[in-house]
Ligand binder design. Sequence first.
Ligand code: GLN
Length: 479
Amino acid sequence: MSMKNLSVIDIVNKIKSKEISCQEITQYYLNNIIKYRDKNAVLETFDDAMDRAREIDDMVASCEPDNLPALVGVPILLKDNIMYKGHVCSSASKALENYEAQYNATVVDKLLDAGVVILGRTNMDEFAMGGSCENSAFGPCKNAHDDACVSGGSSGGSAVAVALDMCAFALGSDTGGSVRQPASFNGVVGIKPTNYRVSRYGLMAFAGSLDTVGIFTRSVEDNALVLSIIAGKSEDDATTMDEPVEDYLSKITGNIAGKKIAIIKEVQELVNKTEQVGLFQNVIEYCQKHGAIVTESVLPEYPMILPVYYTTAFAEVTTNMNRYDGVRFGNAVASEDYIEMVSKYRSDLLGCEVRRRIMLGNFVLSSEHYNSYYLNARKMAGIIKSKFLDILKDNDVIFMPTTYGEAFEIGSKTSDPVSMYIEDMFTVTANIVGLPAISVPVGTGKRGLPIGLQILSSPFNEGEIYNMADFVSRRCDHE
Ligand code: GLN
């Protein structure tokens, strides 16, 4: 029986009905990981994956199907910054190359309780800083559909693994687009939930006010199912909100009649300059044809979002990176002198982009520059946030592109960091404002590579997003 591109929901059903065993599906994905190893999407497969699959099969043999957990036997991959006790978690950095997680992330505990098998860890930009996966200390991850192009980042490995059927779903992290942008570049579905919706306990911190754990799947329905399992208030992470977790799958109705979609004029002006303007227009017209109401809002401050994001992210990352001094975590660098040891550790073991951000973060936080950079960025973030929330008072969702277009070529932006940062123009909003946002494949670009549409909604309104995204993802079936 073919196991190709099975959905999470199919896998659970087939395991429950004993049509396939967990060991068979685990072996299928492990084979695919080997088959596509040149993509460099997976940094390591865990030796104990098969033992876990055997345990799951024993459980299936001895339990009534109705008593089995929701994700029984589903093999998954984790981004290399999400901790799984006793397994290496390196954030794709030389500094943490052999670092073993000391505890499970909350999301890992929740998924293990739900019955998953963790196959391994995926490639990423070092410490999640980047938008192409070229900043990995272990080499770039290539696009699922074109070896010459980037996978996107920072969670590039997870996106490629899902696109090429190396797992049933994968987790990533999204601080400014790291789930949605690679999802768009590789033709899969990627959600960044509302800030503080999913526990970050056990996620290596990048920028605390912006970090989220996100999900990559091949279908919108699978994504909705997984979010219902990992979301929620957690004792381990005091920032998680006590909002009810919905059964997101049940929010997918197949109907968008009467739904209000906002387009932002300043974003539309940018879209008009891109190759995907026609595609974007088609999706909007399709939604209108099926009863959605589309309106345009103005947000003159929109172009400020990128400097706001980078100033905030640099500042927060500088604080977070302080803990990497060569004493507490990861590889040590021998030296008699503490200062020399820390500086050697950082200069020898941290990559160029990480060091750049630590320096820029110290600059924006320095007493001389704090007011003009950091404080102004926070003020502008507040203004943009209230305007977005106003737009969402009158609308169910906002449509935006996820990226300027399809994946770019490996090496084409590495010598000019600002050109790489500009790529994040459409994704950083959701993190700054704290909104849930999804990227869903809607077509292809000139090169034939996938392009995603981004759908945002008000905080904790993931159900609305899933309903709209599912509808849009079935556009070809309906037309
Ligand atoms: N590309 C963005 C950055 O480099 C976002 C990264 C992320 O979401 N982790 O900061």
